[in-house]
Design a protein. Sequence first.
Lengths: 985, 92
Amino acid sequence: MTAHRLASGGLVDRGASLDFKFDGRAMKGFAGDTLASALLANDQLLVGRSFKYHRPRGIVTAGPSEPNALVTIGRGASSDPNTKATVAELYSGLDARSQNRFPSLKYDIGAVNGLLSPFLGAGFYYKTFMWPAAFWEKVYEPIIRKAAGLGRAVLERDSESYEKCWAHCDLLVIGAGPTGLMAALVAGRAGLRVILADEDFRPGGSLLAETMSINGVSAQALTETSLAELRSLPNVTIMPRTTIFGWYDDNVFGAVERVQKHVAMPQAKIPVERLWRIAAKRALLASGAEERPLVFGGNDKPGVMMAGAMRTYANRFGVGAGKSVAIFTNGGAGYRAAADLAAHGMEIAVIIDSRSDAADVAPDGVRVIPSASVINTKGRQRISGVVVERSGFEETIACDAIGMSGGWNPIIHLACQRGAKAVWSPELQTFLAPDVGSGLIVAGAAAGHYTLAGCLKDGTDKAAAIAADLGFSAVAEAQPVVDGEIAPSFTALWYSPGAKAKAFVDFQNDVHVKDIGLALREGFGHVEHAKRYTTNGMATDQGKLSGINATGLLAGMQGISPASVGTTTFRPFYTPVTFGALAGTSRDEHAAPVRKSPLYGWAQKNGAVFVDSGLWYRPAWFARDGEKTWRESTDREVLSVRQNVGLCDVSTLGKIEIFGPDAAEFLNRLYCNPFLKLPVGKARYGLMLREDGMVYDDGTTSRLSPEHFFMTTTTALAGGVMSHMEYCAQVHWPDLKVRFCSSTDQWAQMAIAGPKARLVMQALVEDDISDAAFPLLAAGVVTLKGGLNARLFRISFSGELAYELAVPAGAGEAVADAIMQEGRAHGICAYGLEALNVLRIEKGHVTHAEFDGRVTPDDAGFGRMVSALKPDFIGKRLSTRFGLTAADRMQMVGLKPVEPDKHIRAGAHLLREGAKPSTLNDQGYVSSACFSPTLGHDIALAFLKSGRERYGERIVVWDKLAGAEAVAEVCTPVFVDPGNAKLNA
Amino acid sequence: MASLIHCPHCGVRPKEEFSIRGDASLVRPDPEASDEAWHEYVHIRANPRGRYLEHWQHVAGCRRWLVVERDTFTHQVFSVTDGAAAARGTSR
């Protein structure tokens, strides 16, 4: 028995026993324990295996910087790998497993790596597994990956829920230790909206393990009264179990709140974790200071722990880390730990002090060895002794635990996340936060104030200053009197000389002193290079313990100041954040909004097979009984439209209502073709260019009244065109009297196409829609039978006699049903995107497959549409530039295979017969292709150099991806009804 | 990138509600202007380190185009004004 539960003391509830499991073994702890304190209470010293050498490792800290005690908690889909036992709150039923061991923690086969360690130095993998090259991916990497590593990610779907929130406050206090509690009290009393966040499940920070008294009361009593007062203040929010992980622009902080990580069965109604963004006018960083480990031979064995952590386990959790403890220190903190442990009845075997002239007082009867160095430790999976060297004499002293104290590092991570560099303090022998402005003020131990009185005062003063700065008046606080304060000074010791075993710098990544030296010798001495060469600080703890010692060692080896070495870069997150919390509710079907057309229900009951189209779900085809493939359905739909009539949902087109006396002028400047004189009651096809002269989007725009236009855009660019128009109206031409709004979601729009379209529509429309009364490109408001007003447009994408009918979205399904009912006698069918695509290719109509951003109006055959008379429109000036008017530009043509059973696919390139495939010989490419059921063979639209002059020429369609080649004849892109007889019927 | 943008119409809003277009100091040239003037306007961007005028649209809010003056290095935002108001001020 080494580590054990003390007979009394601590803030655990000894009346509330909790059952938990570690590697399947049943254990007991108390409410208020962390998993780490409970494991120690059960004398479980060995908790994990190291990353590279698989060395046995134990608990080192009592907080979030823990490098070793990483475990997997939970089972199956809800298991959390790499959870730090030192912050995991114990609950009844907790099921934890150790990591990176096989077959068991105690007998780990990977530990053979430790024997091979002379060959496994820094850069070993880079140097060794270089040949043969193919072996890296197939052999070396899988083996290395299996041998290295920590916890394993779970592949099952995470069944737990997460959410994201915003919070706003005047002052965010980060850390609820002595500094933070005082600051929150001062600011809260002054009336500021305060958020006090602390990563622990129990607010209080170091006060929870403090034995000093303040104004005559215990630190724990002060914590309780302070929290009680804060809870009574309506303007103060206390957020326990909340880690502030990032500091972002405009003083927005990222935080993760572990809402239900401490319960065996989370409630489904509330999330397990909540990701906060906290917009704070001011923030106070009261994150405290981290005790610095000492780098000595054999310093990584289970039983070697931070002295301050031993003190925390004893004072807060009522757990002794050992029966007989050796303390290795370079400052006052080691003596204070010794005094507290002794007070709990633990034996202090020895205090080894690296300094020669310490004034600190050891507990009665404890031997102190000054000017000494620890060079080795005895024992394998637990400590049995410490080997001390002084003036050339070695001595082994029996003990079962070693507490190390190497001084203090303020926790300044957040303050350095936005690019400001940490500043070396020669007096404090550590890096301090730089001045980062008034948004984030660093206070207490995080600012280098290591005494309790100093923390209490600094928190009070800085909160009062912030309150005054924000216009609140803070009441002056009486300075508390602290009893039992010790001198917190230390003399930096980067390396305990004479090590006779590996002296580890980074426990989690197995980096030891010699690795740092090797990096320096091989030219990787810059702190950022050394980090990457040795992997020091690259583990999940991101060098919280090891970073400063690596800097100190690099400085010491070169004989320069740590100020010249600097630190590696601090980046969010302070501690790891789960993907679940980052995703929040945006997962699975909620990852993106679902847009459903008003005709979605109609499509569904007509057998639609839907396809994702941006955020929309659009009918791709409507399968009928007996149809086995999409082609069967599509071919039937196409032929039905060509012979009878079909109904297609086109509600997803962007729709924009444009009003105002300058509406026509606005459109005239927006489109490359003229709109000024478009008569009321007419629709016109419009082409929008980009300012560089390439086609941006197309669609039809109708004039419904002199000052009211109705525009449609493509589905894909509905949002983009709207923004473009807003930019033009607001920035280019703010004096035009024009207003517009999107009405995409307000209208259900359907295309009714086919020779029998008028028969069907006339039966449903009150108005006369004969060709004479409602010719091609007519547009206007009509009354449907039953009284509903609708907009009717005689426009056609299929080339057939066709209408588009727009009705209010809510009436869409009923109207579509009525059309289907009316059309039944005429053989109507519903048709989807696939048929729509075939119909438009057959007619030579373009989409964004053609308008891909490299195509001018002339390339697509619309050259004559571009107005030469208009003084200006978007794209006018650059559409005339050299290169866009060249004669050998690729022009849109049609292609049909010379052998009718050959296939043509979009994306294929065009070559002259006999030419080798090469960029130089490239003649063009296929933009759209399909099987035409109307013609009985494949057809395609393509862009071919000087294509319009080459009708009748044979060209090779070269499709490397499909491994196919076909010879095609170049032809007009209009395959069906080139004379527009059907269109004008 | 700033986290919060003070929209002159909607107040302080998170940056996710906005989309960014780019340099707001560019003025669309006269249609008769030289090839060079148009080439500069359409293709050439300064990409400065420091103060920068940028067009942002509040797409998930008022949908106004705004002129955001910010520092590309420190991400500090100095001012946010309405784009139309700014355009009227440049006498075009």
